[in-house]
Design a protein around this ligand. Structure first.
Ligand code: GLC
Ligand code: CA
Length: 543
């Protein structure tokens, strides 16, 4: 496989609203990110992905953009962005930004113009219909909203303030490509491309045997026939000619379909984020982890991609709860399970992503009150389900496990008030465990989660085999142990993580040299609860 910088990199995802507040208004901002670049450099990060910082009314925290070429007021100014980019580059790192082009805010001048009249030159830049289809939107409620002024419905697959662009319209597409190249000319190093599996739609009703007011309609706006041609044009007209990395958010994609998305010969992106593994491995409502299912899916992706395409490796992002809380055990095995889960995914073939706070084992927030939550998806889900008579307690139980806000509580820097995130009360409450769970408490402790992550990053960056080698599962004889071998001509590495509280029988291969583990004392013949080990194996080379 061709060697490139983004295959050898470790990426750190920043949710800027929650990362670091530089001016004491309780909201994280761009200067706050710049202040922490040395921190990221010290951890060993190569690429930073920053979630939307564009001008936005913040219905969905920046995923509703009202001006693609301006910075959101709370985040700072365009000069702040340029300084951030320059400071990132000075340190030899790269910066990729979030590209939200399935929809704009209803406040975007394009939509304001479009809704002004049926004859507007931008009418067709969005989707207007006399009749709505019976679709439900992703965040609950109907996917169409009636506009009394122009007497038609417009489409929105997320919230009614996130209006879907009409990708069938050539002028609209041209405007989007121009905007993208404007950012590239500014020097950004690539994009994470939001919800890109949804830009093509098929406008027909869903079957509706129960006669519901609206019906979940994924198949009508997900990977619809003709999507790949649209993506090919996006690649050619917007991305080509620059040395960048593109990562498509395409949650629905399965391994057997992966080639058209990310293969070196016909892919439209360098990598995608899919959710196949995360969904297979876990009960969305109750959490928990099925290691066998996880292994089946991840191995399938590893095999399908090897020599053909490149994987993205991730456990967390701003849309998911904290892994140590849902898949690990954040009470009794907080350190062990956070590091074992990290070890499991970090050394596969692909580019690992770390979501802010993951490197210190941040946990789900213990918010009991619905008013403590901010996320529009959580709030809508609560509202619509209450309307249908689902009891408050049942909904809170789900929300306490899966709300996106668990990943969005402010970054915990130290044990001072508000976790050192801000000097003012933050927009979303800090997790009260900040007093002991914070960066300052871990950075100089060689036995911390932070130090473990730093060592993992270091290993990846120093062993070619961990980037380009083959990946093969190895049978540990224990269903809860995730074990695999990375191998190239010269080197062989064995990575084994016990992802449960049960000790597992484990016979260390006789010729293995331990490179890293999360236990101080090993026990012969056993992998202890959440014990993880990385071994260097002697390799005989013939010929
Ligand atoms: C993506 C983002 C999510 C956002 C949605 C709508 O899934 O990751 O945060 O709410 O798209 O833009
Ligand atoms: Ca601020």
């Amino acid at each position: 496989m061709k060697k490139t910088w983004w295959k050898e990199a470790v990426v750190y995802q920043i949710y800027p609203r929650s990362f670091n507040d530089s001016n004491g208004d309780g909201i994280g901002d761009l200067n706050g990110v710049t202040e922490k670049l040395d921190y990221l450099d010290e951890l060993g990060i190569n690429i930073i992905w920053i979630c939307p910082m564009y001008k936005s009314p913040n219905v969905d925290n920046g995923y509703d953009i009202s001006d693609y070429q301006a910075i959101m007021e709370e985040m700072g100014t365009m000069e702040d962005f340029e300084r951030l980019l320059e400071e990132v580059h000075k340190r030899g790192m790269r910066l990729i930004i979030d590209l939200v082009i399935n929809h704009t805010s209803d406040q975007h001048p394009w939509f304001v113009e479009s809704r002004s009249s049926k004859d507007s030159t931008k009418r067709d830049w969005y989707v207007w219909r006399d009749q709505q289809t019976n679709w439900e939107c992703i965040f609950g409620g109907p996917a169409w909203t009636f506009d009394p002024k122009s007497n038609q419905y417009y489409l929105h697959i997320f919230t009614k303030n996130q209006v879907d662009l009409n990708w069938e319209n050539e002028d609209m597409r041209k405007a989007v490509y121009e905007m993208i190249r404007w950012w590239l000319d500014k020097g950004v190093d690539g994009f994470r491309v939001d919800a890109i599996n949804h830009i093509k739609k098929e406008y027909s009703d869903m079957p509706n045997p129960k006669n519901l007011p609206y019906v979940p309609a994924w198949e009508k706006f997900t990977e619809v026939e003709g999507l790949q041609e649209m993506l090919a044009e996006l690649k050619e007209k917007a991305f080509s000619g620059y040395d960048i990395v593109t990562v498509g958010e395409a949650n629905s994609v399965k391994s057997h379909d992966m080639e058209q998305w990310i293969s070196e010969h016909e892919g439209k992106f360098n990598m995608i984020f899919h959710r196949e593994a995360l969904e297979a491995a876990s009960d969305e409502v109750n959490g928990g982890l099925d290691v066998e299912d996880l292994r089946e899916v991840l191995d399938r992706w590893q095999k399908a991609a090897h020599g053909v395409a490149w994987n993205s490796l991730y456990l967390e992002n701003h849309d998911r709860p904290r892994t140590v809380s849902i898949w690990g055990n954040d009470r009794d095995y907080w350190f062990e399970s956070a590091t074992a889960l990290g070890c499991m995914y970090f050394f596969m073939q692909g580019t690992p992503f770390i979501y802010q706070g993951q490197e210190i084992g941040m946990t789900n927030a213990p918010f009991d009150d619905i008013d403590m939550y901010n996320d529009i998806e959580t709030k809508n889900m609560y509202r619509y389900n209450r309307k249908e008579g689902i009891p408050h307690e049942d909904l809170m139980k789900i929300i306490k496990t899966i709300s996106r806000d668990h990943a969005r509580t402010p970054m915990q820097w130290n044990s001072r008030k508000y976790g050192g995130f801000s000097t003012a009360e933050p927009w979303l409450a800090v997790n009260p465990n900040y007093k002991w769970l914070n960066v300052e408490a871990q950075k100089d402790d060689p036995k911390s989660i932070w130090s473990y992550y730093k060592k993992m990053i270091h290993l990846r960056q120093n062993w070619d085999v961990l980037v380009y080698g083959t990946t093969n599962l190895t049978d540990s004889g224990c269903p809860d142990v995730y074990a695999y071998v990375r191998e190239d001509r010269y080197t062989k590495m064995l990575i084994a993580s016990n992802l449960s509280e049960r000790p597992c029988t484990w016979n260390t291969p006789y010729d293995a040299e331990l490179l890293l583990t999360n236990y101080e004392k090993r026990v012969k013949g056993v992998l202890q609860p959440y014990e993880a080990c990385i071994y260097f194996m002697k390799k005989e080379i013939y010929g």
